[in-house]
Write a protein of this length. Structure first.
Lengths: 334, 571
C-alpha cells in the first residue's frame, strides 16, 4: 500500500461534506483525495499571494505625492527559478494523480455487468441484459419512470448512446460523467458502495428541456436487483395495446401527454380517427399518419408546433413497435 | 493662466475636426479606439442585462420548477446564449485589443498611427456590421445553442437564426484578424529606432502576443462556422452522424480557436497589469524579460491545449492524457506573471489610485481563476467538474475577474489621455471595491454548487436538488456587482459630460511614451518626431512637478511638447 492509497483512505468521508455529495462509488474517495490535494496546495498559494499583496500595499504605501522610492532590485534569476520550479513540481504531482485516476476510470473491468443507456431529447432509457428496461425524465417537477437500477458492490458498465444530439451522463455521487455522442458509443463504469437513490443529470446542453433530462439511479442489493430485473422483463404475451403503452411511456411521454394537456408536442389522446390541421392543409389521423409522424416527423406538422421539430425515430422503433404504439393510441379514443 | 500640459482648450484630436462623418470616416487610431470603446461598453450593458435575467431567473422561488413551461425554458436558454455570445464575441475579445490597443499602441510607439490606418477603419466598420447582424439575430431570433454552437443540435435541431448568428461571428472574426495583422506590422515596423524589442512596454508585448493568436487562430473558427452553415443549409454531412459527419470533430475545430481566444481575452489584461504595477509602485517592473517571454510562451502554449475542453467528449483517452499534461504548461508562465507583479510592489511607493485598485483586485481574482484552473487541468477532478457551475465560476474569474477588470482598470488609467480629465475620486474607488465584493459573492458560491454537481445551462433547479442556497447568494452577489459596475460607469460618464479635474500630460507618472504628449494628444500624437525613448520602466526619468500637478521628464529635450506648453506661460 503506497502513501497515496493510504492518504485517500484517510480522506474517506462517506457522507456529504462541504464540497461533495456522499461517496457512493468505490473510486469516489480517490477523486476527492485529488481534489483536496490540489485544494490545499492552492489555498496555500492563494493565501501567500493575498498576504504578500496586502502587506506590500500597506507597508510601501505612498506617503507623499509623486514620491519615488529608493532603488531596489528589479530582477533576480535565483528567485525567478525558484518560483517557476516549485509550482511545476506540484503540477507534475497533480497531473500524475489525475492521470492515474482517469486511466482507472476509463478502463471498465472485464467482469462488468453491462447496462445500455439511451439518451434522447429529453429522457434516459435503460436496457438490461435480460431485456428488462426502464426510463426516466422529469415532468411537472416529478421524476417519471423507474430510473436506473444497479446492484450494490458490483462493477457496472453503462454503455451510452444517443439517438439525436449530444447529451452527457452524470452521477455526482459516483463522480462519473461522460458525454453521450450520436453516431458512436461511449461508456462509464462504477462500483456502487452505498444503498439509496442518487440523481442522474444530463450535463451537455441538449435543447428546451435540458434541465428536465433528469433521472435517478437506485442502488439495491444484489438479491433485490435480481427480483427487480425479473419483474421488469418484458412479457412476450402482452397485448399490442400494453406493449404500445409501455413503449409510449418510454419514448413519447417527454413531449406528448395523453390527458389532453400540451407539452412540447400536442396531446395524443382522443386523436385517432379525427381530422387535424397541419401546415398546408388537413389530415386524418390514421395508421399511416402515425407511422409517417414517427419516421419523418417534419413531413406533416400540426399547426402551432412548427418551431418544435420532433426527432425521427427511424432506426429506434421497429415496424412491430410502431404498430403497437398505433394500437395504444387507437385505444385512447375508444 | 496656470502652466498646464492639458490641451482641452487648445486644438487636440477630439476637437480638431467636427461632425458625425469626421468620426465615422476617421482613420485616426485614437478616434477608432474610442468608438470601439463605447461600442463595447454598449454591448457590455446588453450582455449584462441578460446576465441579470439569468441570475434573477435562477433566484430560488423566482420560477416554479414544477410548472415552468417550455416557452419559459426557451426564454432562459435564449438568455444564456445571448449573454455568452455577446460577452465573448462583442465585449471581451474586442475590449482591450481593439479599444484600448487601438488608442494606446501607436502612442506607446511614439508613432503617428498604426501601419495601415485605412485597414484599421475597415476593421471597425466590419465589426459594426458583424455586431449589428449578430445582435439582431440574438434579439429577434430564438438562438439557443449557447455560444458554442455545438452540432448536431445547432445544425439540425434548432431554429434558423443559427445561420445569421454564425455569419455575424464570421464577419467579427475578420475584423479581429485585420486588427491583429495591423498591430503585428505596426510593432515590427514602426518602433522608434532606439526602442529595441526589450525596451518595448510590456503592454505592447501582450498586444503583440494577442495579435499573433488573433491572426493564427481566428481563421479556424471562421472555417468551422462556415462548415456549420454548409451543413445546416445544404445538408452536407460534416458534423451530423446521420449525414455521415462527426460531432466531436466540430469540438476540436471550435476549441482550437476558442481556447487560444481565452488568451486573446486575458493576455492584454495581463499587459495592462504590468503597466499599472510599475507606474503605481513607481518602480521598474520586476523581471521584465520573464514577463515578456511568458506572454509569448502563453501565446504558443495556448495552441496546444484545446483538448482539455474535451476530456469526456469521446476523444481518445490517450489524447485526454496528453492534453492534460500540456495544459499545465500554461499554468507556469501565468504564475510567473503574478509573482512578478507582486514583487514589483516590494519596496515601491504604492499609490491607491483607481487603476491600481483594479490591478490589486485582479491579483486576487486571477489568483482564484488560475488556481481553480488546476482542478480542471487535472483529469480526475475535471471529469467531476466538467459542465458544472465549477467551470462557470472558474472562467468568469478569468474572463471577468481578470480580463474585464483589466479593461476597466485600463480605461481609468488611460482616461486622462483620452479625454484630458482624471477620474480618481472616492466614488470611483467605491465602484471598484463594490464590484470586487459583488463579483466574489456572485461566483464563489458557484464553485461549491458546481462541486456538488450543479449542471450548467439549466433553466431551473428543483429545491430537492439542494442548490438553492448557492443560487441565492450568487444572485445577491450579482446585484452588488451590478451596483459596483454601474458606479464605475457613472464615474466615467460624469467625467465625460461634466467638466471634471483636468489632467496634465502625465498624471500617474508613467514613463512609456504616451505620457510624453499632452492630454488629450494632438491629432498626430506627437509634435516632435520621434520622442525620447528610454527604458519604459525607469521611473527616475520623470519627476513630480507641483506646478503642473503631474509628472514631467527630468531632463526634457528642448522641443519636448509638454515643456513647450508650459514655457510660454513662464516666459
Amino acid at each position: 500500500m503506497n502513501m497515496y492509497t493510504l492518504l485517500s483512505m484517510m480522506l474517506q468521508h462517506q457522507k456529504e461534506d462541504f464540497f461533495f455529495p456522499s461517496q457512493a462509488s468505490a473510486n469516489a474517495a480517490t477523486v476527492d483525495f485529488i481534489f483536496y490535494f490540489i485544494f490545499y496546495v492552492s489555498l496555500f498559494a492563494f493565501i501567500t499571494i493575498v498576504l504578500a499583496t496586502a502587506i506590500f500595499a500597506w507597508r510601501y504605501r505612498r506617503s507623499k505625492v509623486g514620491m519615488t522610492p529608493e532603488d531596489s532590485p528589479h530582477h533576480s534569476t535565483r528567485i525567478e527559478i525558484v518560483w517557476s520550479v516549485v509550482p511545476s513540481i506540484f503540477m507534475v504531482m497533480m497531473f500524475w494523480y489525475g492521470f492515474e485516476d482517469f486511466t482507472e476510470r476509463r478502463t471498465p473491468p472485464a467482469d462488468s455487468y453491462e447496462i445500455h443507456a439511451k439518451a434522447s431529447k429529453w429522457q434516459w432509457e435503460f436496457e438490461y441484459p435480460n431485456g428488462a428496461s426502464s426510463f426516466g425524465f422529469i415532468d411537472a417537477g416529478e421524476y417519471q419512470g423507474k430510473g436506473l437500477f444497479v446492484p450494490l458492490g458490483k462493477n457496472v458498465r453503462i454503455r451510452l448512446e444517443s439517438s439525436d444530439v449530444l447529451h452527457s451522463f452524470s452521477i455526482p455521487n459516483f463522480r462519473v460523467k461522460m458525454d453521450v455522442v450520436p453516431g458512436r458509443y461511449t461508456d462509464v463504469w462504477f462500483n456502487a458502495i452505498e444503498l439509496g437513490d442518487f440523481p442522474i443529470f444530463c450535463t451537455e446542453y441538449c435543447g428546451t428541456k435540458h434541465s428536465r433530462m433528469l433521472s435517478k439511479v437506485h442502488v439495491v442489493s444484489e438479491e433485490d436487483f435480481a427480483v427487480w430485473l425479473k419483474e421488469n422483463q418484458e412479457d412476450p404475451n402482452a397485448s399490442p395495446v400494453d406493449k404500445g403503452k409501455r413503449l409510449f411511456s418510454a419514448k413519447c411521454t417527454a413531449c406528448h401527454a395523453v390527458d389532453g394537456s400540451t407539452k412540447i408536442g400536442p396531446a395524443l389522446n382522443g386523436k385517432y380517427g379525427t381530422i387535424e390541421n397541419i401546415v398546408g392543409g388537413t389530415v386524418t389521423i390514421d395508421d399511416n399518419y402515425i407511422r409517417r409522424s414517427i419516421l419523418d416527423p417534419s413531413a406533416d406538422i400540426v399547426v402551432g408546433f412548427e418551431n418544435v421539430p420532433m426527432t425521427s425515430f427511424a432506426g429506434q422503433l421497429s415496424d412491430d413497435d410502431i404498430s403497437n404504439i398505433t394500437a395504444y393510441l387507437k385505444s385512447l379514443t375508444e | 493662466m496656470a502652466p498646464t500640459t492639458n490641451t482641452l482648450d487648445r486644438t487636440n484630436y477630439l476637437n480638431a475636426t467636427k461632425g458625425f462623418m469626421s468620426w465615422f470616416w476617421t482613420i485616426d487610431h485614437k478616434r477608432l479606439g474610442l468608438m470601439y470603446l463605447w461600442s463595447v461598453i454598449a454591448c457590455f450593458i446588453m450582455g449584462g442585462f441578460f446576465a441579470m435575467k439569468i441570475r434573477l431567473n435562477l433566484m430560488p422561488g423566482a420560477v416554479d420548477f414544477a410548472t415552468q413551461t417550455a416557452e419559459q425554458m426557451n426564454a432562459y436558454n435564449n438568455a444564456f446564449t445571448v449573454h455568452g455570445a455577446v460577452m465573448v464575441f462583442l465585449v471581451i475579445i474586442p475590449s482591450i485589443p481593439a479599444a484600448l490597443g487601438n488608442f494606446v499602441l501607436p502612442l506607446m510607439l511614439g508613432a503617428k498611427d498604426v501601419a495601415f490606418p485605412r485597414l484599421n477603419r475597415f476593421s471597425y466598420h466590419l465589426w459594426i456590421i458583424g455586431a449589428l447582424l449578430f445582435v439582431a439575430t440574438l434579439l429577434i431570433g430564438n438562438l439557443d445553442t449557447g455560444w458554442t454552437f455545438y452540432p448536431p443540435y445547432s445544425t439540425g435541431h434548432t431554429d434558423p437564426s443559427v445561420i445569421t448568428a454564425v455569419l455575424g461571428a464570421f464577419i467579427l472574426g475578420f475584423s479581429s484578424i485585420f486588427t491583429g495583422l495591423n498591430f503585428i506590422v505596426t510593432i515590427h515596423k514602426m518602433r522608434p529606432p532606439q526602442m529595441t524589442w526589450f525596451k518595448m512596454p510590456l503592454f505592447l508585448w501582450a498586444i503583440y502576443a494577442t495579435a499573433v493568436i488573433q491572426v493564427l487562430a481566428t481563421p479556424v473558427i471562421g472555417i468551422s462556422l462556415l462548415l456549420i452553415l454548409v451543413e445546416k443549409t445544404m445538408q452536407i454531412g460534416i458534423f451530423t452522424p446521420e449525414l455521415g459527419g462527426d460531432p466531436v470533430f466540430f469540438q476540436h475545430l471550435f476549441w482550437f480557436y476558442s481556447h487560444p481566444a481565452v488568451y486573446i481575452m486575458v493576455l492584454p489584461g495581463m499587459g495592462i497589469m504590468s503597466e499599472l504595477f510599475a507606474t503605481f509602485s513607481r518602480k521598474p517592473i520586476f523581471g521584465y524579460k520573464s514577463i515578456a517571454m511568458s506572454s509569448i510562451a502563453i501565446a504558443i502554449f495556448s495552441f496546444i491545449v484545446w483538448g482539455h475542453h474535451m476530456f469526456i467528449s469521446g476523444q481518445s483517452d490517450l489524447m485526454s492524457v496528453i492534453f492534460s499534461a500540456l495544459t499545465f504548461s500554461v499554468a507556469v508562465p501565468s504564475a510567473i506573471k503574478v509573482f512578478n507583479w507582486i514583487s514589483t510592489m516590494y519596496k515601491g511607493s504604492i499609490s491607491f489610485s483607481v487603476p491600481m485598485l483594479y490591478g490589486m483586485s485582479i491579483i486576487w481574482l486571477f489568483g482564484i481563476g488560475g488556481l481553480t484552473g488546476l482542478f480542471l487541468a487535472t483529469l480526475g477532478t475535471d471529469v467531476v467538474f466538467h459542465d458544472t457551475y465549477f467551470v462557470v465560476a472558474h472562467f468568469h474569474y478569468v474572463m471577468v475577474g481578470s480580463a474585464l477588470f483589466g479593461f476597466i482598470g485600463g480605461i481609468y488609467y488611460w482616461w486622462p489621455k483620452m479625454y484630458g480629465k482624471v477620474v480618481d475620486g472616492p466614488l470611483a474607488k467605491v465602484g471598484c471595491v463594490l464590484s470586487f465584493l459583488g463579483f466574489n459573492l456572485t461566483f464563489l458560491p458557484q464553485f461549491v454548487g458546481g462541486s456538488k454537481g450543479m449542471p450548467r445551462r439549466y433553466a431551473a433547479y428543483g429545491s430537492e436538488q439542494g442548490f438553492d442556497d448557492w443560487n441565492y447568494w450568487s444572485t445577491m452577489g450579482a446585484m452588488v456587482l451590478l451596483a459596483g459596475l454601474s458606479i464605475a460607469l457613472f464615474g466615467l460618464l460624469r467625467s465625460f459630460f461634466v467638466k471634471g479635474a483636468l489632467s496634465p500630460a502625465n498624471p500617474w507618472g508613467g514613463v512609456t511614451l504616451e505620457w510624453q504628449t499632452p492630454s488629450p494628444p494632438p491629432e498626430h500624437n506627437f509634435e516632435i518626431d520621434p520622442p525620447t525613448v528610454g527604458d519604459p520602466y525607469d521611473m527616475s526619468l520623470v519627476e513630480y512637478r507641483g506646478e503642473v500637478e503631474g509628472f514631467l521628464p527630468v531632463n526634457p529635450r528642448e522641443d519636448d511638447p509638454c515643456v513647450a506648453y508650459i514655457a510660454p506661460e513662464e516666459a
